[in-house]
Design a protein around this ligand. Structure first.
Ligand code: URA
Ligand code: CA
Length: 434
């Protein structure tokens, strides 16, 4: 077999065999096939696409490039959850103790934030002492004891994905549905998930800006799951505004605790209930979604999973008293209140722009080696569809500088689009793909 012939075949729009795909990915992974051939291949896939079968085979080849983690010692059906990356997406933090409360294992390998999206690991590290550097053995022990643990993803997991992703990043081939779908699913499956709930974000703050493309990505990922015999469902959800009110690490931790006390923002609470409900059905804790969602709603309203949250934090070395005392979290020294320059209705909030501003404040990284400031971020006080008066507080910026940079102030205010006429609230969930 020759890489050239496989690239040519894909360029002509023909379907590749499993052996051809495996040849390319394993050759690339062990250094026998150079970057420039894989770049050409990625571009051919970008233009010609892949069938579901090819995409599933690509996913398997990427999984086979590294260690498959043996989590068979984790008791119960392990359901993983993945979001394609949003702004202010605090869902994982909130559902972790809820899933565990019902006795299903929440064993999650999470990532760090990069660019305009945050990461669960960074948020958890706002909590004093919280340790995400667990060995697989410690991770398994903690999940079996407390039903919940979160650790960083090891570099040995699907290494071909990391290499391929860096190439795509510099060759304008990131936004290809089969390449994104196989990238995401390979990591989830290599991490040993028995079932997966995917939250495909759509709109301004998301990878996929159009609803149609988002459904295509959702369908592709569900197809891969089905081909590989893992129960998979995908929600397509709105990212035309940040999720909830808080963006930034410690602010989102507080938002998570508030949500677990039944006082969270409505959109965030509703999405947590839906995601957790699907996970608990796949984990066979409940036999239908309606029942599962009602039970989750009650746990949130009555604050029943707070003890589990404390167990989770303490189990990883963190100070669990933060759940009751937010002063134990780092919160920025200065709160800058921003006022609306106009009166009317909020038609849209540029989530990606707010994510970038949070990053500039220090909440996120431009490159993976940057360090972050857990205490800074943004709180939005109005959401899409809300009415606002001139001079009313629209957002608060949490910063450690007493004087706010005027560019940051202007860009934050400009992220809120205000129109004089009433606008309808957009749906939170556009659909579910099973
Ligand atoms: N997230 C991933 O993990 N991979 C992609 O290709 C895109 C988003
Ligand atoms: Ca949030």
């Amino acid at each position: 077999m020759r890489a050239y012939d496989i690239i040519y075949k894909k360029r002509q729009g023909l379907e590749l065999t499993k052996a051809e795909i495996e040849f390319l990915i394993s050759g690339y992974n062990n250094g026998e096939i150079p970057d420039y051939q894989i770049s050409a291949f990625a571009m051919a896939v970008f233009f010609q696409g892949m069938t579901s079968r090819e995409t599933a085979d690509l996913t398997e080849s990427i999984i086979n490039s590294g260690d498959k983690i043996d989590f068979s010692k984790i008791e119960g059906i392990k359901v993983d959850k993945h979001s394609t990356g949003g702004v202010g997406d605090t869902v994982s933090l909130i559902i972790a103790p809820i899933i565990a409360y019902f006795g299903a294992p929440f064993a999650k390998m999470s990532g760090r934030g990069l660019g305009h999206t945050g990461g669960t690991l960074d948020k958890l590290e706002s909590i004093e002492g919280f340790n995400i550097n667990l060995t697989s053995k410690e991770f398994i022990e903690k999940v079996n004891k407390n039903k919940v643990a979160v650790m960083g993803q090891t570099a040995k997991l699907a290494p071909a994905d990391g290499k391929l992703y860096s190439l795509r990043d510099v060759t304008a081939t990131v936004d290809s549905v089969p390449l994104i779908a196989s990238s995401i699913m390979s990591k989830k499956l290599a991490a040993g998930a028995d079932g997966i709930v995917l939250d495909v974000k759509t709109g301004d703050g998301a990878f996929m800006k159009s609803i149609d493309d988002s459904f295509k990505l959702a369908e592709e990922m569900v197809d891969i799951g089905n081909h590989l015999d893992k129960e998979t469902i995908a929600l397509v959800t709105n990212m035309n505004q940040p999720l909830g009110e808080a963006i930034g690490n410690s602010l989102e931790v507080i938002e998570a605790f508030e949500t677990l006390k039944g006082r969270g923002p409505k959109d965030l609470t509703d999405l947590c209930i839906t995601v957790a409900g699907h996970m608990l059905v796949i984990a066979k804790i409940f036999d239908n979604n309606k029942l599962a969602e009602n039970e989750v709603r009650e746990v949130i309203e009555k604050g029943k999973s707070l003890d589990k949250m404390k167990e989770f934090i303490a189990g990883q070395g963190g100070n669990s008293r933060v759940v009751d005392n937010y002063d134990l979290l780092p919160v920025a020294q200065y709160k800058h209140q921003l006022e609306s320059p106009a009166e009317g209705y909020i038609s849209k909030i540029e989530a990606e722009e707010l994510g970038k501003i949070a990053m500039m404040l220090g909440a996120g990284r431009a490159v993976i080696t940057d360090s972050i400031d857990h205490s800074v971020g943004i709180k939005v006080h109005k959401k899409q569809g809300d009415r606002i008066k001139k001079g009313e507080h629209i957002a608060t910026i949490y910063s450690n500088e007493d004087k706010l940079n005027s560019n940051i102030e202007k860009r934050t205010i400009d992220s809120f689009h205000v129109t004089p006429t009433k606008v309808e609230k957009e749906p939170l969930i556009y659909g579910v793909v099973t």
